[in-house]
Design a protein around this ligand. Structure first.
Ligand code: ADP
Length: 399
C-alpha cells in the first residue's frame, strides 16, 4: 500500500526519525531494561554496539521514505540487525526476549511519530497516513527477521553440535558396557564348564574376570548417575567454607591414602570463602582419589597436597583449588585428552589400576556449570597438578 508520489508526509516523518535517532535509541534501551528481565549492562556491553543501534533507526527511516529501496541482506542496516542477533545469542538471550525487544522498538517509533505527526505541516489523506504506518511496520518487521534468523541459525548450530556430542557419547558408553558385559558373560560361561571344577587356578582366573568387569560396570553406572546430576543443575546448593569442604574430603579419603601409603597434605592457608559444598567435594574427591590411585609405587615418600588461592590476576577474580601429587604423572602425548569422557592414559602400562575414565570429565562439567574451569598442569619434574577454578561471586571474597 504505497502512498501516491505527491505525498510528502513519509519524507517528513523519515527526517524526524533521523533527527531523533539517538534519543529514540536511548528510549528503546531504557524500555528494554525496564521490561525484559535482564541486567541493564548486559543489553549493550560495548559502545561500538551501542553505536550500531541508531543505524537501525536510520535504515527504518530510509525505508519509510523510499520503499523502492527494498530492505535486502546486502544493505548495512540488515548487517547490523544480524550482528545484533549474534550478540544476543552470545549473551544467552531467548528468542522471546529478542521479539520483545523489537515489539518495544516498534512501540517507541510509532509512539514518537504519533506524538509529532500533528505538528507536521503536510496535507495528506488518512489512506496516505495509514500507508506510512504500514511502511514503518514493515521496516521493523524486516530487521526483526534479520536479527531473529541469525539468532536461530546459531541456536540450531549449537543444538546440532550437542546432538553430535551426545551421539558419540552414547556410542562410547554402549561400547564400554558391551565390553564389560561380554567379560562377565564370558567368564561366567567358563565357570560353568565341568573341567573347571578340577582346575583351581583357572577358576580363580575366571572369577576375577567376572568380578572385575562387574565392578567396572558398577563404577561406570555410578559415574553416569553423577553425570546426569551435574547436567542441567537444578538441585539445591548448600554452601560451606572451603576449608570445611576440603576437611570433609580428606576425612573420607584418609583411609584409602594410608592403605596406599600416601601422605595426604592439606594447606593450612586455604581461603575461608563460601563454596558450593556438593560441587567442590565432588571435584576434590575425584582429584584427590586420583592422586592416591596414580601414586608412584617406586617412590619412597608419596604425597598428595591440596592448596587453594584467590586469583586476582584473572579477568574477574576466581578461586583456584589445586591438587598436586608426586605420582606417576601423565605422558606428554596423553595430556590433552585427560578430561575427555572414558579416556584413560595409563590403561596399557598400568592395566591393574581400576577406573572408568569418567571422573575428570565429571569434574569439568561440574565446574563449567558453575562458570569455572578445570585443567591439569605438569610444571614439576614428577607427578601432576590438577586444578579447578570457580568465580568469586561475593565482593568480600575477591581480595
Ligand atoms: P579414571 O577412572 O581412569 O581414573 P579419570 O577421568 O579420573 O578416570 O582420569 C582419566 C585419566 O587421567 C586416568 O585414567 C589417568 O590416566 C589420568 N590421571 C588422572 N589423575 C591422575 C593423576 N593424579 N596422576 C596421573 N594420571 C592421572
Amino acid at each position: 500500500m504505497a502512498p501516491p508520489a505527491e505525498c510528502t508526509l513519509a519524507e517528513a516523518l523519515a527526517d524526524e526519525l533521523r533527527v531523533a535517532r539517538d534519543d529514540l535509541t536511548h528510549r528503546w534501551l531504557e524500555r528494554i531494561a525496564a521490561r525484559v528481565n535482564i541486567e541493564p549492562n548486559r543489553i549493550f556491553p560495548t559502545d561500538e554496539l551501542l553505536n550500531h543501534v541508531p543505524l537501525l533507526v536510520d535504515g527504518i527511516a530510509d525505508y519509510l521514505e523510499d520503499p523502492a529501496d527494498e530492505i535486502s541482506a546486502d544493505i548495512p542496516v540488515i548487517a547490523k540487525a544480524m550482528e545484533l542477533g549474534e550478540l544476543r545469542y552470545e549473551q544467552g538471550f531467548s528468542a522471546h526476549e529478542i521479539l520483545k525487544e523489537y515489539e518495544i522498538m516498534g512501540g517507541v517509533l510509532f509512539g514518537y511519530l504519533a506524538a509529532i505527526a500533528d505538528g507536521i505541516d503536510h496535507k495528506c489523506t488518512r489512506g496516505e497516513l495509514l500507508a506510512c504506518g504500514h511502511r514503518l511496520f514493515r521496516a521493523v518487521a524486516v530487521i526483526q527477521q534479520a536479527t531473529t534468523t541469525q539468532f536461530m541459525r546459531l541456536s540450531e548450530e549449537r543444538v546440532r553440535e550437542r546432538e553430535n556430542r551426545l551421539r558419540s557419547f552414547n556410542r562410547t558408553v554402549s561400547h564400554e558396557l558391551k565390553n564389560r558385559i561380554g567379560g562377565v558373560v564370558g567368564g561366567a560361561q567358563m565357570l560353568r564348564e565341568p573341567w573347571i571344577l578340577k582346575d583351581e587356578a583357572q577358576r580363580e582366573r575366571f572369577s576375577t574376570i567376572v568380578l572385575s568387569n562387574a565392578e567396572a560396570l558398577q563404577s561406570v553406572l555410578e559415574d553416569l548417575l553423577e553425570l546426569s546430576r551435574t547436567d542441567g543443575e537444578v538441585r539445591q546448593h548448600r554452601n560451606v567454607e572451603l576449608p570445611q569442604a576440603v576437611a570433609e574430603v580428606a576425612r573420607q579419603l584418609r583411609e584409602l591414602a594410608s592403605e596406599r601409603k600416601v601422605e595426604l597434605r592439606v594447606s593450612p592457608d586455604l581461603p575461608t570463602i563460601e563454596v558450593d559444598a556438593a560441587a567442590v567435594e565432588l571435584c576434590l574427591t575425584n582429584f584427590v582419589s586420583n592422586g592416591i590411585k596414580y601414586a608412584d609405587p617406586e617412590a619412597e615418600q608419596r604425597w598428595v597436597e591440596v592448596t587453594g588461592r584467590i586469583d586476582t590476576d584473572a579477568p574477574s577474580p576466581r578461586l583456584v583449588i589445586e591438587v598436586r601429587d608426586n605420582g606417576i604423572g601423565v605422558p606428554e602425548d596423553a595430556r590433552d585428552r585427560l578430561f575427555d569422557r572414558f579416556y584413560r592414559a595409563h590403561k596399557e602400562v598400568y592395566p591393574t589400576i581400576a577406573g572408568t575414565g569418567l571422573g575428570l570429565s565429571i569434574v569439568r562439567d561440574t565446574v563449567e556449570n558453575l562458570g569455572g574451569e578445570a585443567w591439569a598442569e605438569f610444571d614439576q619434574a614428577k607427578g601432576s597438578a590438577f586444578k579447578f577454578s570457580l568465580p568469586c561471586r561475593r565482593e568480600m571474597d575477591r581480595t
